[in-house]
Design a protein around this ligand. Structure first.
Ligand SMILES: Cc1ncc(COP(=O)(O)O)c(C=O)c1O
Length: 449
């Protein structure tokens, strides 16, 4: 346990264990304690913490060339990684812009789509429509389109104007008389209404996570939602930016999460699972149409970061993605994901404080409630998410609980995103330890429930 520090940690008060090693899906601290990493941090470490092929690729790249600035050179790992991604990307997405993380990928998406319309002679387009209860990153542009009210609040005066519509959140918002599909179409139609209110000639793009991650604990859209969104975008010449920073790169059992939804994006942002935490890397992928307009227009994307296309980061990400392919890990994501879903339902379907269990692949959320019947959330003052995290850590389990699930203030959830190498026994270990952690956390606040 580190007691004194010069680091400005996320949580300024309190102390953190010191991570010193990794062993597959386990992290090890300086006291030798092992933690099963059932959330990959925040859905990052999709190959666990010690994959020999990734480590070898990094060493090999550093020995040859760690970094060459992208305004002077391209590099073999960056070119190969771009080829790899484009081969697996949604249709007509053939260009990759490498950055260092998710927020940067979103910033690049916002800027390239704005520049696209400027180059096309439509400079009046400047608005991005997005959804409440979404998270797109913490830099000011990404925070502006994000719909996580708690994260936005202190910075509100610094943010660009935002145009939010409802999330697709069937558990809370579907009316009893609606089918799932009717509900999905109703909320998708909010996009059309909003485009009309704002004036279609002013809207650049709709920005959304195909599956909402940390803000609302894995929200999967209702059937029909995404195809209708695409239809509306096409009708008004509005672009579709999909934020797959958390849900992409195999997390849901396919390379891109939008493959499940049969929906073609114009731009996709990826990060987290791209480098699996072995190196910091993200990417913005864009369509031929966007690329061609800029390449035939000004000839350059007016953007850039020092570390974009970093050779070592690209070599690591290429190794991560090659391992996923060579070891057929997408199959494991689907198979172990189904087991994890069963494990969670078996343990929690009747749990008095768990209202909803939802997920796809190895991406699962549990929504916590004070009362299952009324779906009333727990008192935010209980800080139940933080308590569950602490109890889980004591038991040697890492999960990713959050608050503000419903509207940025009310609601709690637990997010699980274990590595793609997880075994059936480890899936059971997650269920067992999580059940204990949840019970211990509720026992500690029993008097206040
Ligand atoms: C959906 C989504 N977009 C963007 C981001 C921002 O990524 P980063 O923290 O790498 O900047 C995150 C991070 O959690 C995310 O979940």
């Amino acid at each position: 346990m580190q007691t004194t520090t010069h680091i400005l940690h996320r949580q300024i008060r309190g102390t953190l264990p010191v991570a010193i090693g990794g062993d597959g899906p386990y992290l090890i601290d300086s006291e030798g304690k092992r933690y099963l990493d059932a959330s990959g941090g925040a859905a990052v470490s999709c190959l666990g913490h010690s994959h020999p092929r990734v480590i070898a690729a990094i060493k090999n790249q550093v020995e040859r060339l760690a970094f060459a600035h992208s305004s002077f050179f391209t590099s073999e790992p960056a070119e190969s990684l771009a080829d790899f991604l484009v081969e697996r990307a949604p249709p007509a997405i053939e260009h990759v812009y490498f950055v260092s993380g998710g927020s940067e990928a979103i910033e690049a998406a916002l800027k390239i789509t704005r520049q696209y319309f400027v180059e096309k002679g439509e400079p009046r387009r400047y608005k991005f429509i997005s959804r409440r209860q979404s998270y797109h990153g913490n830099t000011l542009g990404a925070l502006s389109v994000g719909g996580n009210m708690w994260r936005r609040k202190p910075f509100q005066p610094l943010l660009m104007a935002s145009y939010h519509i409802s999330p697709c959140y069937p558990y809370r918002d579907r009316k009893p008389e609606e089918t799932l599909r009717q509900y999905g179409l109703r909320v998708a139609d909010e996009l059309e209404a909003r485009i009309q209110t704002e004036g279609p000639e002013t809207v650049i793009a709709f920005v959304a996570e195909p599956i909402v991650g940390a803000s609302a604990g894995v929200l999967i859209a209702a059937p029909g939602y995404w195809p209708r969104i695409r239809e509306i975008c096409d009708k008004y010449g509005v672009l579709l930016i999909l934020d797959e920073v958390m849900c992409g790169m195999g997390r849901t059992g396919t390379w891109f999460a939008c493959e499940h939804e049969n929906t073609r994006p114009d731009v996709v942002a990826i990060a987290k699972g791209l480098g699996a935490g072995y190196q910091p890397i993200g990417a913005m992928l864009c369509s031929n149409d966007i690329y061609d307009s800029i390449s035939e227009g000004s000839g350059f994307f007016q953007h850039g970061h020092t570390y974009m296309g970093h050779s070592t980061a690209c070599a690591a990400a290429l190794a991560v993605q090659s391992v996923i392919e060579d070891e057929n890990l997408l199959h494991n994501v689907r198979a172990r994901g189904a087991e994890l879903g069963e494990e969670l339902r078996r343990r929690f379907a009747e749990h008095p404080y768990i209202g909803d269990i939802r997920g796809r692949g190895l991406f699962w959320g549990l929504e916590l409630v004070a009362d299952r019947e009324s779906k009333q959330p727990l008192d935010p003052a209980l800080n139940i998410h933080e308590r569950i995290k602490q109890h889980a850590m004591s038991l040697g389990l890492l999960c990713y609980p959050g608050a503000g699930t419903i509207d940025g203030e009310r609601g709690n959830h637990i997010l699980l995103a274990p590595p793609f190498i997880i075994t059936s026994e480890q899936v059971e270990e997650i269920g067992e330890k999580l059940a204990k952690a949840i019970d211990q956390a509720f026992l500690a606040v029993a008097a206040q429930l």
